[in-house]
Unconditional design. Structure first.
Length: 403
């Protein structure tokens, strides 16, 4: 079955995570992704752990690279060479979308300014990803800085609010949201541009900064500051309670009580309706103020002899949202996730098969398209032939080390 984006051609001038996340999302929906990589080296993600080994052949594959690069074609190209740049211009003329997350200013330095690119392909959607923004229209004092995920998490306020100890150190979220979140926004931008082309026939340039995207994802603390002038700190929440992980005898559950009707259901479930008579805890902020001294000890006492399953069943029967805190192994054996076809097997040219997370987007009349990771440069000749290059011309490019 063809994907819903079958026929859409995307050029990924990409490395590491943010750009590859965006192009993989489009690849999962059937778009053709041409990934440009450096000859002989490739995406720097190819060298990063975990390194997976085929015991029979001794060949290795980067699990890091695998996470964001399935179902793509790999074209090795020296973009700094005149011959390589000619190939790149030919590609730009033929594709619908470009997603670029290489070093800020490099494409412009090589002569690929938006004005020139748009002249070459007036219908092109160009999505430029960087740490702090690339367009002159919104240029800020940090625009030339480099950024990785942890930098965006730190500067956006995400790390400042993460952690249960108000006096503890700021905490990284545990995964690269600065990269993957920006990649999701980039895929969204690409589709906005594609729809705009269908409506108007004109392309568009999208400028996505990791710093911006992380602030947008951390909107709670920034909007609260805008509304009240108060800074949201680490530690127990000040506005909603009960909220958070709570210990059972075999692990932890996640629980949240957001409204007064839910508060009554919660107290009914744990057998403490007398707390409704305390006027100090009949609002989220009120309960938060008394969470550690009054409410948490009661919850802990009720949960101490119950399993995660027992606690969740009790709360769910009362109409409350509740779930066990699971690790990757527990998720891998979750019967619900099995029915959702979320954990998939992808063929791989080196190790055979890779078990990984698939697309969370489910449709009625279409299915995601999952293809193997590309070996470095494996599709170079085929892509160039599709552009009209002869075997002789391809040999010349290879001899000159342009590809």
């Amino acid at each position: 079955m063809k994907g819903i984006l079958d026929g859409v051609k995307v050029l990924g001038i990409e490395q590491q995570v943010a750009g590859p996340t965006a192009t993989m999302m489009l690849a999962d929906m059937g778009a053709e992704i041409i990934k440009i990589e450096r000859p002989g080296m490739g995406d720097t993600g190819r060298e990063m752990a975990p390194i997976l080994k085929n015991d029979e052949t001794g060949k290795t594959q980067s699990g890091y690279f695998a996470r964001w690069n399935r179902n793509k074609k790999s074209l090795t190209l020296d973009m700094s060479s005149p011959e390589g740049q000619k190939v790149l211009w030919d590609l730009i003329e033929k594709v619908d979308i470009v997603i670029d997350n290489i070093k800020p200013g490099l494409m412009e330095k090589l002569g690929f300014t938006w004005d020139k690119v748009r002249e070459k392909n007036p219908k092109l959607v160009y999505v430029a990803i960087s740490g702090f923004g690339r367009s002159k229209k919104y240029e800020g004092p940090y625009s030339k800085r480099l950024a990785f995920d942890i930098i965006a998490q730190a500067m956006s306020g995400q790390m400042y609010t993460c952690g249960n100890d108000p006096n503890g150190a700021p905490t990284w979220l545990g995964f690269a949201l600065g990269d993957s979140g920006t990649g999701v926004y980039a895929a969204y931008a690409a589709m906005l541009g594609y729809v705009n082309v269908l409506k108007t026939g004109k392309g568009e340039y999208f400028d996505l900064a990791m710093y911006d995207c992380m602030i947008a994802l951390a909107e709670r603390s920034h909007n609260i500051y805008g509304f009240t002038g108060k800074v949201t700190n680490r530690g127990p929440d000040k506005l909603i309670a009960p909220w958070g992980p709570f210990a059972c005898k075999d692990g932890h559950i996640a629980l949240i009580v957001t409204t007064e009707s839910m508060w009554k259901k919660f107290l009914t479930a744990i057998g403490h309706l007398e707390l409704l008579e305390n006027p100090d805890i009949q609002s989220g902020p009120g309960r938060a103020a008394h969470m550690e001294t009054l409410i948490r000890p009661i919850i802990n006492d009720w949960l101490k002899d119950k399993t995660k399953v027992e606690a969740c069943e009790t709360f769910m029967a009362a109409g409350l949202p509740c779930g066990p805190i699971q690790n990757a192994e527990e998720v891998a054996h979750c019967p619900h996730i099995a029915k959702r076809d979320l954990l998939i097997e992808v063929p791989d040219p080196i190790v055979g098969k890779l078990k990984m997370v698939g697309s969370p987007i489910k449709m009625i009349d279409h299915e995601p398209v999952y293809g193997p990771l590309p070996n470095l440069g494996a599709d170079t000749d085929a892509i160039l032939k599709d552009l009209g290059y002869s075997d002789e011309r391809i040999k010349e490019l290879r001899d000159s080390k342009a590809i």
